[in-house]
Design a protein around this ligand. Structure first.
Ligand SMILES: *Cc1c(COP(=O)(O)O)cnc(C)c1O
Length: 394
């Protein structure tokens, strides 16, 4: 579905895929087609397949082509949120009686949706350490139909080896006589740093709310499939269930994606500098950043990613120390979410991961003193000075 030739570079694809000049006026920017329906040419003759805007909208379609090209997929579909994307994905690929393996440290909202909603519909889940391929293999049952992997994970930045997992899922699928789809939540890395479909995975999901849009002004999600038939299933469910991205948000995400490479390079440079600085700071007990050689996932991350990005978690020992830091930062804004141009800082145990049970939180390394920072693209000296000043009060 990608309109750009395979030979173009990634930055060119970000700017041009799906973004043809508008046919009537030649407008360079794809217009926001704020319409619910389309006038038909004649009885039984809709124009260009456009009948009703839940099914198809030109602004959303432009974004969907861009998303497919970015991930190297056959199809892309855009949704009203990352969770709406996951809802459509699961409704399309699993049914009652199926078993799904999930990275144990997955995004809190994914954990909540799978364990508190889908489990009630007869789908069973096991949370496994996907950094351990042998453990994943051992967890496969005759009913397993999906492996849902997040890498790097939120917030401790665990790294799973996608190629090894895709190979293992294929072999285990042959053994049990069924297809085990490998789905990757690529929200943290983005296709600029990591392309799961090229490593043999079947589908990618995104919260476009984060780096793809990148400006903290839209909530959205996406599913990109390697296989066109899988993509048709997603499209069918998207239209049937209706969790589509609006024309205005489609425009925002398309526009954000055009600067994804420059933003990600800047996030990566600032992320590396902040992680190195934190690792040297005497008040910090531990830094979770895959770019640091001491990180357990460093070797795999260096192999399967082309950069480490701007997500860092670090441990101050106690909730009180974390509170003192979070009450004193000025440039790093205290808030949930991540991936915007501005630095955001949060306390996972009481914010993003509050819905995870306390013992499960402890098992995932989400300690009371853990702080997560989404390093923005401000001047890095200002970010370091802000953290330095705030740490003086700890
Ligand atoms: C935010 C996020 C989601 C959910 O996306 P929404 O757009 O908030 O619905 C899923 N996965 C990851 C890794 C996220 O960070």
């Amino acid at each position: 579905m990608s309109d750009s030739p395979k030979t173009t570079g990634f930055a060119t694809t970000c700017i041009h895929a799906g973004q043809e000049p508008e046919p009537v006026t030649g407008a360079v920017a794809v217009p926001i087609f704020q319409t619910s329906t389309y006038v038909q040419e004649a009885f039984g003759k809709p124009r260009g397949g456009y009948e009703y805007a839940r099914t198809k909208n030109p602004t959303r379609l432009a974004l969907e082509k861009q998303l497919a090209a970015l991930e190297g997929g056959a199809t892309g579909h855009a949704f009203a949120s990352g969770m709406a994307a996951e809802t459509t994905l699961m409704l399309s690929f699993v049914k009652a009686g199926d078993h799904v393996l999930v990275s144990r440290n997955t995004y809190g909202g994914t954990y909540r949706f799978f364990s508190k909603v889908l489990a009630g519909f007869g789908v069973t889940f096991d949370w496994v350490d996907t950094t351990d391929v042998a453990a994943v293999r051992r967890a496969v049952t005759p009913a397993t139909r999906m492996l849902f992997v997040e890498t790097p994970t939120n917030p401790t930045m665990e790294i799973s080896d996608l190629k090894a997992l895709a190979d293992a899922a294929r072999e285990e699928g042959r053994r049990i006589g069924a297809r085990i789809r490998v789905v990757v939540d690529n929200t943290f890395a983005t296709p600029f740093f990591q392309r799961p479909l090229g490593l043999g995975c079947d589908a990618v999901v995104h919260s476009t709310t984060k780096y793809l849009n990148g400006h903290s002004d839209s909530v959205g999600g996406a599913v990109i499939c390697a296989d066109g038939r899988d993509g048709e299933k997603i499209g069918f469910t998207q239209n049937a269930a209706g969790g589509i991205l609006s024309p205005f948000d489609s425009f925002l995400v398309s526009r954000g994606i055009k600067t994804l490479p420059v933003r990600m390079r800047a996030h990566d440079a600032n992320g590396r500098a902040v992680a190195a600085w934190l690792a040297r700071h005497p008040k910090i007990l531990k830094v979770h950043y895959p770019g640091l050689p001491a990180h357990p996932g460093h070797a795999v991350a260096s192999r399967q990613m082309t950069g480490f990005g701007g997500m860092i978690a670090f441990d101050l020992g106690t909730e009180d120390a974390a509170r003192r830091l979070l009450d004193r930062v000025v440039i790093c804004a205290l808030g949930e979410s991540l991936g915007g141009v501005e630095s955001l800082i949060s306390h996972p145990a009481t914010m993003t991961h509050a819905s995870v049970e306390p013992d499960e939180r402890a098992r995932r390394g989400i300690t009371p003193g853990l702080v997560r920072v989404s390093v923005g693209i401000e001047d890095v000296e200002d970010i370091l000075a802000d953290l330095g000043r705030a740490l003086e009060g700890v």
